[in-house]
Design a binder for this molecule. Structure first.
Ligand code: ZN
Length: 302
């Protein structure tokens, strides 16, 4: 099953451009708000199993375009993100691969967007790319065993853990959460895919390209902490809630790990993909600077 957020309404996909409006097809039992669907995920899954095939869904058919897509989980109460979870990326970042739970931070929810966006580059910053597998939580998870952890995942999607390295690494201790939470720095989508749709949920090819040049090319089988291992480990400290997003870490190939280093520039397009989950695109624009902006800054507004 693939579930999309089309202009704020839950849509079960029948193709990449068509689907069934969940609220219409269920006569209001589920949807249209996706955040509420995760709160009753098991019941929704049971209903959705054959919703697409049901005749009474015919009137609920709807077509959409990519521009209408928003994050498949639009209002997570927590966005948990994991650092250094591929040994190749830990090495390029100058760290040993962590043996215990890898570094954990948040991307604040105001940075969350849909899959195809324009992102303003923070002035004076070095904005970097990190394509990541994102797990969407479907059942609250506290002290979950690794063997049961997949049962707490509603499905998988793509995330870009966009990262501004100057602010991330400034100060006496790294500012991971702030450096990764500028507006638009957490594009997620294009939709949620349940793991039964995938040939192997533990081994998905993922990558990204800038203006057609591939910069990251990995596989999720190389995660140091797999999705179930992460969820089990995180759930010993925090309770993961339905709709929460877990960014699972990025493979090698980020700009900060290159020699010379490279960061996203005005006008560049970042294309990210995970096989079986789809793709997303960000176009980057410089912060506009004009006489008006300078005058505004002088008055203390930003
Ligand atoms: Zn990351």
């Amino acid at each position: 099953m693939r579930l999309a957020n089309v202009d704020g309404r839950a849509v079960l996909l029948t193709s990449d451009t068509d689907g069934i409006d969940v609220a219409d097809a269920s006569a209001g039992k589920f949807g249209p708000d996706l955040a509420e669907i995760y709160l009753e995920w098991d019941g929704f899954r049971a209903w959705a199993e054959d919703a697409v095939a049901r005749e009474d869904s015919a009137d609920a058919r709807t077509a959409f375009t990519r521009a209408q897509l928003d994050s498949p989980s639009p209002a997570p109460r927590q966005i948990v993100a994991i650092g250094l979870n591929y040994s190749s990326h830990a090495a390029e970042s100058g760290f040993e691969a962590p043996t215990g739970l890898p570094p954990t931070f948040t991307k604040f929810v105001t940075s969350l967007t849909g899959p195809d966006t324009e992102v303003t580059l923070p002035p004076g910053g070095n904005t970097d790319w990190e394509v990541e597998l994102v797990a969407v939580i479907g059942r609250a998870a506290t002290n979950v065993d690794e063997a049961d952890a997949w049962d707490h995942v509603a499905g998988l999607t793509i995330g870009q853990d966009l990262s501004e390295r100057v602010s991330q690494l400034a100060g006496p201790a790294p500012q991971f959460s702030l450096g990764k939470s500028f507006p638009g720095f957490a594009p997620v989508g294009p939709w949620l895919v349940t793991t039964d749709e995938l040939p192997d949920r533990d081994d998905l090819p993922l990558g990204c390209a800038i203006d057609g040049e591939t910069v990251q090319d990995g596989r999720t089988r190389d995660l140091i902490h797999s999705v179930p291992r992460l969820i089990a480990a995180l759930s010993r400290t925090i309770t993961l809630l339905p709709g929460d997003l877990v960014f699972t870490g990025t493979p090698a190939g980020v700009g900060a790990g290159r020699s010379p280093q490279r960061f996203l520039q005005d006008g560049e397009e970042l294309h990210s993909w995970i096989e079986g989950l789809g793709e997303q695109r960000q176009r980057f624009v410089a912060t506009p600077v004009s006489a008006d902006d300078l005058a505004t800054n002088d008055s203390g507004e930003a």
